[in-house]
Design a protein around this ligand. Structure first.
Ligand SMILES: *Cc1c(COP(=O)(O)O)cnc(C)c1O
Length: 407
């Protein structure tokens, strides 16, 4: 195997000596992409199929459908499950905004429930209570609804959960709720390729799951995504919608459904195939970096490291996030770190407080206190599979000095 190419991109931002995230690219990866350029098939070809097979096999799903991004994959999950105008979908406000946007794309209504303070994953007890109340309707239901923007008599249709920072949510309980109330379950595993809960792969707990391959993810295709499902009908619908709504049997320029161009091209797919050959190494390298952070930060006053649940039998780390003690002003910490060449970021910003969510549903600060607390104290540190031990030391030293100076 060829070694990762030392990349000038690492120092693309001159303020920093370390990058926030970086892909691992080898000569073999570059060659794989180049080889596609020597063929006439630049889209809808063998690389896409190989990439789908590789991911399906890796996670143990019957079908994988390659798409242009994690977001478009999630959107196809929503469409394939028939979620429509006014339908209610239970989901988390502590996520990257795309997981809630795909519900809005279909004019359905995201119903947020708060998260577990230790993992940041959706609180399964709250999911169960909300599902029960919303299925009953009436005044019980209304306490979960937003102040405005959801129609009367709207039906709870589905759950859309997120495997936050790479850790699978509590599917023992969540899948039980989905089954009990006959709800669709979509798993946003865009941060969790390779993770497992009790030996079962992230992405495979619901009716459909989605992965993403932006350059900061465990593997990258530049842009790209993959949805997985065990159901033949959902896979077929996803393939149809990805390709302009052309159903199996449709003639050229015949379109049965309103579809999209959400295809992944052959250059991206070839990079995905090459990256999948190294996925276990990439995940192992990330775990090594995370472990180094965990050990070096363990005794540091003022930061809480992330907790991994006992049910998480394999953790595929996406980001490395710590919680700052509320005594510290996060913006000041970020600025001081920047002054010594270390980037860091708030991660995530609560979705319900994004401007258009406030305008559509009248959400207000205080609506989801655990999410807001995590959102105000979380700090993502530089993290990638090609980060060195001395870079981890540099970040830890910078953070330690910063907190000592501010204490
Ligand atoms: C990255 C990510 C996505 C979207 O992936 P894109 O490929 O950027 O569209 C969706 N949800 C979560 C939680 C993510 O982290």
């Amino acid at each position: 195997m060829s070694a990762p190419i030392p990349s000038p991109r690492q120092n693309a931002d001159e303020r920093f000596t370390i990058s926030m995230s970086a892909p691992s690219l080898t000569d073999a990866d570059l060659k794989a992409v180049m080889q596609v350029l020597r063929t006439p098939r630049l889209s809808m070809g063998p690389q896409g199929e190989l990439f789908e097979q590789a991911v399906a096999e890796y996670v143990g799903a019957r079908h994988a459908v390659a798409v242009s991004s994690g977001t478009t994959g999630l959107h196809l999950c929503v469409r394939a499950l028939g979620i429509r105008d006014g339908d209610l979908v239970l989901t988390t406000p502590f996520s990257f905004v795309a997981s809630a946007n795909v519900i809005l794309y279909e004019r359905a209504v995201p119903i947020f429930v708060d998260v577990d303070p230790l993992t940041g994953n959706i609180d399964p007890g709250a999911v169960a209570r909300a599902a029960q109340d919303l299925s009953q309707g009436g005044s019980q239901a209304s306490k979960w609804l937003p102040r405005q923007g959801s129609g009367s008599g709207a039906q709870l249709k589905a759950l859309l959960t997120v495997d936050v920072f790479g850790q699978p949510a509590d599917y023992d309980r969540i899948a039980g709720v989905a089954q009990a109330y006959d709800l669709g379950l979509i798993e946003d595993s865009c941060e969790a390729l390779g993770s497992e809960r009790n030996g079962k792969a992230a992405g495979t707990f619901g009716d459909m799951g989605a992965f993403a391959f932006y350059p900061n993810k465990q593997i990258t295709t530049g842009e790209g995504g993959m949805l997985v499902t065990d159901r033949d009908d959902l896979a077929e619908m996803a393939r149809t919608l990805r390709n302009q709504g052309r159903a199996p049997g449709d003639e050229w320029l015949e379109h049965t459904y309103l579809g999209y161009n959400y295809r992944l091209n052959e250059l991206n797919a070839a990079l995905g195939v090459a990256q999948m050959k190294r996925i276990d190494d990439l995940i192992e390298s990330r775990a090594g970096v995370a472990q180094a952070y965990q050990e070096r930060l363990a005794g540091l006053q003022g930061v809480e490291t992330m907790s991994i649940e006992s049910g998480t039998s394999r953790m595929s780390w996406f980001v490395y996030v710590v919680k700052l003690d509320p005594a510290f002003d996060r913006a000041t910490v970020i600025k001081r770190l920047e002054e010594v060449g270390i980037p860091s970021r708030p991660y995530f910003q609560p979705i319900h407080l994004q401007r258009y969510f406030r305008e559509m549903f009248d959400y207000r600060p205080g609506d989801y206190p655990v999410t807001e607390d995590l959102g105000s104290r979380s700090l993502a540190l530089p993290f990638s599979s090609i980060m060195t031990a001395s870079q981890v030391d540099q970040v830890v030293e910078g953070l330690t000095n910063t907190l000592e100076n501010l204490a």
